[in-house]
Structure formats: C-alpha cells, structure tokens
Design a protein around this ligand. Structure first.
Ligand code: SF4
Length: 225
C-alpha cells in the first residue's frame, strides 16, 4: 500500500497552486539526452528546496513548482547546470527519442536544425513536434501533434493525433518520405496553415480534422513532388 495511500505528498502542484505565487518549469537534460547527472539532480533539489515540489511528467521532463519570485534566477541556475528549460505558453515544443542513447545518431543533425527553426514559434494552442530516429518509433511520435519518423534520409509525417483523453488516437500518415532538405519548409507550411486558419483556441488535431479536405493541404503535399 506504500505506493498509494501512504505515499501522498504534503506539497503537490495542486496545493501549491491553490496557495498562489508558484510557477511551473519543465526541465530535461536535453531534447535527445534523457540521462540526468547526479550534480543536475542536486541542483534541482537545491533550487526547489523545502518550499516547492518536483514531479515527473508524461512529456519526458521533470516538472518543478517554485516560487514565482525566484523564476528568473532558478531558470538561469538550471541552464548553467546544463539542463534544458522548456518555454511555456502557446508555442511549438520539440520532443525527440533518445536515438538509442546516442548510438543511432543519423537523424540528429536534422532534428537539431528543426529545433532551431521551429521551437518557440507562436501558434494558437501549444503544439508538440516529436522526432523519432527510426521506424521502431519507441517514443510514440504518432501520438503528438506532428509526428516525424526518420527513415533513409527522409521523414514520414503523421498528423491529427488526439494526444490524450478517452478519445486519444494516433495521427495518420500525411506524407511519406519527405526528404531531409525539404522537411523544414514542409513543416513551416503546415504551421502557417494552422496559424492563419485556426479558430480561437482550436487545438491542432481539431483544426486538422476540420480542414483536412481543403485544397491547401493538397498544395502542401504537392510542394515535395
Ligand atoms: S525510435 Fe529508433 S532511434 Fe529512436 S530510440 Fe527507438 S530504436 Fe532508437
């Protein structure tokens, strides 16, 4: 029973939110790297201290609840410890598999390039782009807004996933074998459609499912022919 009733923390994100004055940070060792060092864990513990809370999330990151007044200083200290602090708000957020703990690095240059080009772009509702380095797709890219699966100098692109909830559903294959030289422009076209045509607060999967028979999507597909 220790995993249940005897293991409920005094301070949860919920209780701290009710108390007010706390902000949330999503921290990870990197977009690809999933290993923390002991020094990084020590830094996290030091920053959160007795006041805040730490929990793991489903998005490959650890969430920290810290006093809002300490946000800037905490972000700086975490970054100095080599940790990646995800931006909050309605932006594109990049995710990736661990590329077999760095053993299968073929798609890493493209992943990095996509990160530089896309991460942080403002969109109507926060949107995740998940890159996996081979067809094993172990980090579930088809369950993110845009799923990319690398194969032979190209990416298969999946769209329309409902990431969570009782109606959760994988996305469907939108385009096969988009070459590495075209993938950035291809994704930017998709993002522009979403920015220009989405309704207020419309998540990407709703937007895609509502508009996918429009000619604009065919034009995006044709851009790689
Ligand atoms: S998706 Fe492929 S490259 Fe990525 S961790 Fe899994 S097996 Fe390795």
């Amino acid at each position: 029973m220790n995993a249940f009733r005897q293991n409920i923390p005094d301070k949860t994100f919920e209780t701290l939110n009710q108390q007010g004055g706390f902000s949330r940070l999503a921290v990870s060792p990197g977009i690809i790297n999933k290993h923390y060092t002991p020094a990084q864990f020590q830094k996290i513990a030091e920053i959160v201290g007795e006041k805040g809370a730490i929990k793991y999330s489903a998005s490959y990151s650890i969430l920290l609840s810290i006093p809002s007044s300490e946000l800037t200083e905490a972000t700086r200290a975490l970054q100095e410890a080599g940790l990646f602090v995800a931006s909050s708000g309605p932006h594109i957020v990049m995710k990736a598999c661990d590329f077999c703990d760095g053993e299968k690095m073929e798609a890493v240059p493209q992943t990095e390039q996509l990160y530089q080009a896309l991460d942080g772009i403002t969109v109507p509702v926060r949107m995740r782009v998940n890159v996996n380095g081979c067809a094993s797709a172990c980090y579930n890219p088809t369950y993110d807004d845009i799923g990319l699966v690398y194969q032979h100098e190209s990416f298969d692109v999946y769209l329309g996933a409902i990431p969570m909830g009782t109606k959760a559903q994988a996305g469907t294959l939108f385009a096969k074998r988009v070459g590495i030289d075209h993938i950035e422009d291809f994704l930017l076209q998709i993002i522009r459609l979403y920015q220009d045509q989405a309704r207020s607060n419309e998540p990407f999967y709703k937007f895609y499912r509502r508009t996918k028979s429009n000619a604009d999507w065919e034009l995006v597909k044709k851009s790689i022919e």
